[in-house]
Design a protein around this ligand. Sequence first.
Ligand SMILES: NC(=O)c1ccc[n+]([C@@H]2O[C@H](COP(=O)([O-])OP(=O)(O)OC[C@H]3O[C@@H](n4cnc5c(N)ncnc54)[C@H](OP(=O)(O)O)[C@@H]3O)[C@@H](O)[C@H]2O)c1
Length: 246
Amino acid sequence: MSGNNNRVAIVTGASRGIGAAIAERLASDGFTVVINYSGDAAPAEALARTIEDKGGRALTAKADVSDPEAVRRMFDAAESAFGGVDVLVNNAGIMMLSPLADSSDALFDRQIAINLKGAFNTLREAARRLRDGGRIVSLSTSVVGLKLEHYGVYAATKAAVETLTAILSKELRGRTITVNAVAPGPTATDLFLNGKSDDLIARLSAMNPLERLGTPDDIASAVAFLAGPDGSWINGQVLCANGGMI
Ligand SMILES: NC(=O)c1ccc[n+]([C@@H]2O[C@H](COP(=O)([O-])OP(=O)(O)OC[C@H]3O[C@@H](n4cnc5c(N)ncnc54)[C@H](OP(=O)(O)O)[C@@H]3O)[C@@H](O)[C@H]2O)c1
């Protein structure tokens, strides 16, 4: 997509799962991509090589999004490598499921730190530094609407991300920067599959009328729409990408 050439996108949590599919898709749409991760460098480096082998441009950036200094350094690195940042895809996240009565302080604190404080850290940096005409897309979850048992703290962090999304879209008036969220349903990644029985996965897969799990590429398509030229009139919205699990 020629409209995206020379545009730079930071994708947080892009070494695996949905974030990796988003980074690959944005690179094939012409964006230069910054592949963020916080743990193992190997999958991030492998993704960067795949993108470069196809003629794209990519940089890996280790940064724990819950650490504001690390997030600042990631934006610094992107700016010094590529001259500026146009798109933030705020995707890094974790999910820890438990009934509220059994939820530990650690479960609460960790999800708040990565999902909410991490979103805050990256949104604040993007609000200060994105070039005019930019795009911000944050990953929420369809569970905010469905309100399934055991998802309480996780869904609460994502509901907060949706609120930040709407308010930031107004605060960026005059900069031509859109701010939206994509809310996936169950999607075949480690985050969703780990720890679930085959039965539970089958039940959750059948909740939407298309009767399958989402794929990381399904979600990347929705993000690419919002990040690219066709999404320019969508602002302050939450796009549910869930096959109709409403
Ligand atoms: N899969 C689903 O069914 C589903 C549904 C709704 C919403 N979502 C949302 O979609 C997003 C992506 O989920 P996913 O399923 O792709 O998860 P995933 O497969 O577990 O991948 C998570 C990615 O985030 C990175 N990450 C984790 N903690 C981080 C931190 N503190 N700082 C920077 N990066 C970090 C991981 O890399 P490292 O381990 O190296 O840090 C990895 O690249 C999340 O926000 C999730 O809540 C997922």
